[in-house]
Design a protein around this ligand. Sequence first.
Ligand code: SF4
Ligand code: MG
Length: 321
Amino acid sequence: NNVLLEVKDLKKWFPIKGSGFGKEKAFVKAVDGVSFTLNRSETLGIVGESGCGKSTMGRSVLRLIEPTEGQIIYEGEDIMTLDRKALRAKRKEFQMMFQDPYASLNPRMTVGEIIGEPLEIQTDMNSKEREAKVLEIMDLVGLNTQYIRRYPHEFSGGQRQRIGIARAIILQPKLLVCDEPVSALDVSIQAQIINLMEDLQHHMGIAFMFISHDLSVVRHISDRVAVMYLGHVVEYAEKDELYNNPSHPYTIALLSVIPTVEKTKREKIILQGDLPSPANPPSGCCFHTRCYKAQQICKECTPELKDLGNGHMCACHFPGK
Ligand code: SF4
Ligand code: MG
């Protein structure tokens, strides 16, 4: 079975303060019924504007924040049903990487301690064994092993992200959720980190969920790409299929404004209006308030994700150009 992770109808609703208590209870529907699969050793890109729910979705999938409902089937087991202890044991296999490694690295710990900490928490290795493993991983991610006793502030942004990667992979996870892992880095450093991640995936067989607002970076690294809007996945497909043949009006608009090397020029579609509040999402299709193709049915009836062929999934009543 090639499927590592299957997410079904995942929701994360945050209650709004002061609602309830005689008033109607209100929620911010940050993630509102997301479904997708992730194969072993595959990279699934998750794109969308800021505020579309992609970070919340990434954290919910690992239960770093508790989902409101849904199923997260990992290697055939629904991890929503695991108690804390069982979940902690599973944590070895899935890790998270963040945009700003500096914020997530303890400034008072040496690089060796930071990278080796997961071994201390999750394994019974002694300190000598841990240090040997840390040196091996530092080497693997391209960090000078002589710097093992240095502190995070002594490293550049790109090196810190290597430290973050080393820490994330030291337990040999099967799944790594990466939230904007290169967005804070210069473009030349971005390329180095992306290449490193691809090498590690090849070498260790890790599946990535790669969350980014940057459609060009996602195109480079992903096998498949999912597009999120207002807490929903509105389209997902094989990378080339999605970029060459986008079918949801939101995806078409997003792709129309990124610079491409292709000769066929697409007409730029500038979306009108603001992103609606996830506390008060539009009826029917969540995109209808900004969609250039919207019809009456779009306001009344929520489109389901449907397979347009070969696993190209799209949630729109009028998919295509
Ligand atoms: Fe636009 Fe209607 Fe499709 Fe929604 S369902 S994306 S409003 S055409
Ligand atoms: Mg985010």
